[in-house]
Ligand binder design. Structure first.
Ligand SMILES: Nc1nc2c(c(=O)[nH]1)N[C@H]1C(S)=C(S)[C@@H](COP(=O)(O)O)O[C@H]1N2
Ligand SMILES: [Mo]
Length: 356
């Protein structure tokens, strides 16, 4: 069927206002920012867990980078949905393939969409501490992040001329208003998603974050003693190089109290007050291997770089918030160091060994 020329010429007005390239570009710019933040902070988080040089100060730096990672990831979800909504008529445009560059561009977009969804969904599930899959989360989440980054760069490079043009002020009054409404709704939804979840890591939002997956107040427990099969022997002693200490010996040593956060890679972070013996008072200078009572488990042992081991804030903690550690928080003693990822704050410590 042949449409009358008049109708064809008016075609843009028949489109829903959200499906406008100006909207797509604007939401795309926001999404570029949240994805960028999420990628960079994700790389940092991955690097710090895998022996990147990392400072001991500021004590909250890792908490902040990890918080930005989770918040920018949450913000990306409504933004990605809005962006897809704004372009979806184009995704099914015919002909599917026009020429080679067009085919490559489309392929890169589908990779980008698939990889982005993978990252956001796995990230969200991980934050909710739920693993309904069998691959190892950090490796997969990390690898796919590079696919997102690569295909996103291609996508932006291809679209730069279009983005430039469409970000310029548009003309038709009527559609501009409803486009603005769409953008406002997108911004609002994103804001609500962030506020509803950010309390897991931002203290003053704790009471507003209805969906925060961690309860306010008490310090969360990541892995319980039961899950880790911890049995503390009656004659428990800490082995520290050639020396050995009973719990009573440790309690009799000079005690230090510090205020430090646990910043879990799974999204939550919280400050607490810790009391115990400085690691520097227990072992000689050097990188320290920290072993726990856990038989297996990915985080049963960690290495504490010398700068952290010698830091006056780094403790073998015996108390949390003025009370003896509970078994779930690492009784008889656990590591707590400034600016260190939660996964490396080893609980149920049984030996400290300076590495050669
Ligand atoms: N031995 C051991 N220590 C561990 C873990 C573990 O699985 N085993 N989990 C770590 C993780 S992922 C975090 S976030 C913190 C949480 O400490 P908490 O449970 O006292 O809040 O403990 C860390 N220490
Ligand atoms: Mo964690």
């Amino acid at each position: 069927m042949k449409l009358p020329a008049k109708l064809l010429a008016r075609e843009p007005e028949f489109k829903a206002p959200a499906h406008h390239t100006g909207v797509t570009s604007r939401v795309g710019t926001w999404l570029g920012i949240t994805f960028g933040l999420c990628f960079v902070t994700g790389l940092i988080s991955h690097g710090v867990q895998h022996d990147w040089p990392w400072p001991t100060r500021p004590v909250d730096l890792y908490r902040v980078t990890q918080g930005v990672h989770v918040i920018s990831g949450v913000a990306s979800i409504p933004l990605l949905l809005a962006k897809l909504w704004s372009v979806y008529p184009k995704l099914f445009e015919r002909p599917l393939i026009r020429n080679v560059p067009h085919a490559l561009e489309r392929a890169s977009i589908f990779v980008l969409i698939a990889a982005s969804f993978f990252e956001l969904v796995t990230g969200l599930f991980n934050a909710a501490q739920n693993y309904p899959w069998s691959f190892y989360f950090p490796t997969a989440h990390y690898a796919v992040a590079w696919i997102v980054a690569g295909s996103l760069l291609v996508h932006i490079a291809v679209k730069i001329p279009l983005i430039r043009r469409t970000l310029e002020p548009a003309s038709e009054e009527k559609t501009i208003l409803s486009r603005r409404a769409f953008l406002r709704t997108t911004a609002l939804t994103t804001g609500v998603a962030v506020v509803a979840t950010a309390g897991v890591t931002v203290p003053w939002l704790r009471n507003v974050s209805a969906l925060a997956w961690r309860s306010p107040g008490a310090l969360p427990v990541n892995r319980t003693a039961k899950a880790a099969n911890i049995v503390v022997p009656r004659d428990w002693r800490l082995n520290a190089g050639a020396k050995s200490f009973s719990l009573a010996d440790l309690r009799a040593m000079p005690q230090t109290t510090v205020e430090l956060p646990i910043a879990c890679v799974e999204g939550w972070s919280q400050n607490a007050t810790w009391t115990g013996v400085r690691i520097a008072d227990l072992v000689e200078k050097g990188d320290v291997r920290v072993e726990s009572l856990e038989k297996d488990g990915l985080y049963r042992a960690t290495t504490l770089p010398e700068a952290f081991a010698q830091d006056p804030l780094t403790l073998l903690a015996l108390q949390l918030d003025g009370e003896e550690l509970t078994l779930d928080h690492g009784y008889p003693c656990r590591l707590i160091a400034p600016n260190r990822p939660g996964v490396l704050q080893t609980k149920w410590v049984t030996s400290l060994e300076v590495q050669a």
